[in-house]
Write a protein that binds this ligand. Structure first.
Ligand code: 4AZ
Length: 407
């Protein structure tokens, strides 16, 4: 939904449907009914489109148990269920990943053992406090749990990024009469694929993917941004409306990028790298999202360091919220990465969804740890941000199959 996190959607689903913000006339189908698909064919109204790899965003056709039903294409071979994906070996690629402006030049002709420049010092990240009188609007209609009041709510605590520091950073936009409306982030993972969060496409269509941007309100900011169209949107086939899992989508650009200092893919934790435990590590989040809870997006790319916590920590805190059991029927586990700050104040917020959380490995490469997905408010010390965990094998295998396998 429009820069509103999945959890907001999940927890406010009843209000949202009553407010009929979404095509009320089309939501009257029951599960199993024939319905019109987004491509105009006749499909089946279902809880999720399991076989939907490669299809457009499914249109909604009904509501059951407070979750949307979606109109799925009828599979050409309905007996075939998607085989479990397990191959996460590093794909053969012709590019170097995870290099930014600091180490891009020194990595040309990179070979094992090359000495890269040391990491630049991270500037201090101010914690922006919101006054207690400001209404906490993180989850409309859901009171903040006892002891977790809005008084600790804070912005994402970021600072302006340096130009070209995060060359995999993507902006997703939809054309509007007033110009391009940017609604989510994304991350370049290869010459032609951008990874993002599936919930970004509930209400918006990515018509433009912008790479190499710094300040999207300033064409003279010194950044050489490039705009791409979207040839294909692939939604994670296991995503179910109403649940918090599998919030991933892949966008195929209309043409390959020319990899250069300011447009360059991040690394994925393929193979044994996926076994690495990043808990307690510092990771960097980047995005153009809101800099305050209930505030405004930043037109200048922001960066903020957060700490990776155990998923069980998020499971404990989020289990106190209403609708936890509906949103996380199997609990918050390995597929979800939990990251924030012990004191609060450093977090993703509305508009950051789909963007990257990266760690820097010893050799200097940046590796994608997570994709911004959702959370309860922004910067709350008891509710760290929730990210899709890139070290979850089935996610890597799905990405490999869709974006790194030539048909
Ligand atoms: C959002 O709506 C969003 N604090 C993303 C992350 C978080 C909250 C909201 C986590 O895009």
């Amino acid at each position: 939904m429009k820069r509103v996190c999945v959890l907001v959607l999940l927890l406010a689903l009843s209000q949202a449907t009553e407010a009929s913000i979404i095509f009320p006339g089309q939501l009257d189908h029951a599960e199993g009914d024939d319905c019109p698909t987004s491509s105009g064919k006749t499909g089946k109204c279902s809880r999720s489109c399991e076989h939907s790899v490669g299809v457009e965003e499914p249109s909604r056709c009904g509501i059951k148990d407070s979750a949307f039903l979606v109109c799925c294409d009828i599979p050409s071979n309905p007996g075939v269920v998607t085989a479990a994906l397990t191959n996460i070996n590093p794909p053969n690629v012709a590019f170097q990943c995870g290099r930014n402006a600091q180490n891009f030049l020194s990595s040309r002709g990179f070979s094992r053992g090359s000495v890269l420049r040391p990491e630049p010092p991270t500037p201090p990240s101010p914690i922006i406090e919101i006054s207690a009188s400001r209404p906490a609007r993180s989850v409309p209609g859901v009171p903040l749990p006892e002891g977790g009041g809005g008084e600790t709510a804070a912005g994402i605590g970021g600072v302006n990024a340096q130009k070209n520091a995060w060359p995999w950073m993507a902006l997703l936009g939809e054309n509007s009469p007033a110009g391009i409306r940017w609604f989510c982030g994304g991350v370049l993972i290869s010459e032609q694929w951008v990874l993002s969060a599936l919930h970004c496409f509930f209400h918006d269509t990515a018509e433009v993917v912008r790479l190499g941007e710094h300040n999207y309100n300033d064409d003279n900011d010194g950044a050489n941004h490039q705009d791409f169209g979207v040839a294909e949107t692939v939604l994670h086939p296991d995503f179910k409306f109403g649940e918090g899992y599998h919030d991933l989508a892949l966008l195929k650009l209309d043409r390959p990028v020319v990899i250069q200092e300011f447009i360059s893919p991040v690394c994925l934790p393929w193979g044994t790298e996926s076994d690495e435990d990043v808990t307690t590590r510092t990771a960097t989040l980047t995005g153009w999202g809101d800099t305050l809870l209930g505030g405004f997006p930043s037109s200048i790319l922001q960066e903020v360091n957060v700490t990776v916590f155990q998923s069980a920590q998020c499971d404990r805190s989020y289990s106190t919220l209403p609708h936890y059991a509906d949103a996380w029927p199997r609990g918050i586990g390995r597929e979800t990465l939990c990251a924030g700050d012990l004191n609060g104040g450093r977090d993703a917020c509305q508009g950051d969804s789909g963007g990257p959380l990266v760690t820097r490995e010893a050799r200097g490469r940046f590796v994608l740890a997570g994709v911004v997905s959702q959370g309860y408010g922004c910067g709350h010390k008891d509710y760290p941000g929730l990210y899709v965990n890139m070290r979850h094998g089935p996610y890597l295998a799905w990405i490999k199959k869709v974006a790194f396998t030539t048909p």
